[in-house]
Design a protein around this ligand. Structure first.
Ligand SMILES: Nc1ncnc2c1ncn2[C@@H]1O[C@H](COP(=O)(O)OP(=O)(O)O)[C@@H](O)[C@H]1O
Ligand SMILES: [Mg+2]
Length: 322
């Protein structure tokens, strides 16, 4: 059964269409990254999925439940870590968690037991008695995540949970969520701009751009499809002279997008499927000229490269994977 089903979702705010027919499905136990430039409609989508706002039109099911007809029906089985949410600074961590346990309908003993269990899982036993105001931003964010896990949700929605955190805190937040979701086989729907968050937590990317789904695929496939060209860098023992570039280009064909020779350094940008041929041609041409090939490096596009290109609306034509 699907955890989330969205079909033809449309949202209009004061005459401005923010979501223009969005459709996707998320399976139970899947961990999905929901990406898109600022203003793309990520928070709006998440708030609709949680039944906090009504869509203008479209079908929305969460855990098999019609959210448009009955927005509150499954709220108790969902967790939601809000974007840039404020904290109860005047409470201790333990008090804050017990308060949330109460809001989730747990009795006091149960809330306390769950809070301790999760603080332990997140490596936070030592801050139990501290005031939230005394915690670093990263630890506060962890406490905020724990609050949304007290009732053991089946689907956890996270809206840019690592924005503003240092890399160590960011990694901690993401890794603990990954650990929790693996243990519980829970579904995670994560909105973020941070490529490392996706790489550590998600297996799939859904990318929204100008209110439409622009990509929905495996993380690895996305990187290949949107990342652009692969760079091959060769270092020769000496400058191969002006004819080198021309001959490599003749050998490989016109698929090479950029070929730069500056001194003994040769750089080629090529489609992934042509990389082996490029390497071969550089080696052959260097040997023909009697120049030693000293170093060779292949730089695949990163996930960040792919995100930038997808956010800018650049296509996946450069990759032609497969
Ligand atoms: N309550 C609202 N009233 C009017 N416009 C809104 C409201 N909420 C969001 N928007 C607009 O909808 C668009 C998408 O916003 P949002 O879903 O917050 O984007 P994202 O989370 O992807 O950055 C933005 O242009 C935003 O200004
Ligand atoms: Mg947002």
């Amino acid at each position: 059964m699907s955890a989330v089903v969205v079909e033809n979702l449309v949202k209009v705010f004061n005459g401005v269409t923010v979501l223009r027919g969005v459709s996707f499905r998320v399976d139970r136990g899947e961990r999905v990254g929901y990406l898109g430039p600022n203003g793309a409609g990520k928070t709006t989508t998440i708030r609709i999925l949680l039944g906090l706002i009504k869509p203008t039109s479209g079908r929305v099911e969460v855990l098999g439940h019609d959210i448009v007809k009955d927005p509150r029906g499954v709220r108790g089985r969902l967790g939601y870590v809000r974007q840039g949410h404020s904290f109860e600074l005047g409470l201790t961590v333990e008090q804050s968690l017990e308060l949330y346990g109460y809001l989730w309908g747990l009795d006091r003993a149960e809330a306390r037991r769950r809070a301790r269990e999760l603080l332990e899982l997140f490596g936070l036993e030592s801050v139990r008695k501290l005031y939230v105001s005394q915690l670093s931003l990263g630890t506060r964010r962890l406490v905020q995540v724990i609050r949304e896990l007290l009732h053991d949700p089946e689907v956890l929605f996270l809206d840019e949970p690592t924005t503003g955190l240092d890399p160590v805190a960011r990694r901690k937040v993401i890794d603990y969520i990954a650990e929790w979701s693996r243990r519980r086989s829970a579904t995670v729907f994560l909105s973020t701009h941070i490529p490392q968050d996706i790489e550590r937590l998600c297996s799939r990317i859904i990318l929204i751009h100008r209110g439409r789904i622009r990509a929905d695929m495996d993380v690895e496939k996305f990187r290949e499809a949107f990342g652009g060209l692969t760079k091959v860098v060769a270092k020769l023992a000496k400058d191969p002279g002006p004819g080198f570039a021309k001959r490599v280009r003749e050998e490989v064909g016109n698929s090479i997008r950029v070929l730069r020779v500056s001194g003994p350094r040769v750089e080629v940008f090529a489609k992934r499927r042509d990389v082996a041929r490029v390497v071969e041609c550089i080696a052959i041409e260097a040997r023909r000229q009697g120049i030693e090939l000293r170093d060779l490096r292949i730089e695949e596009p990163t996930l960040e490269d792919a995100l930038v290109r997808a956010y800018l609306g650049e296509g996946d034509e450069a990759a032609e994977v497969g």
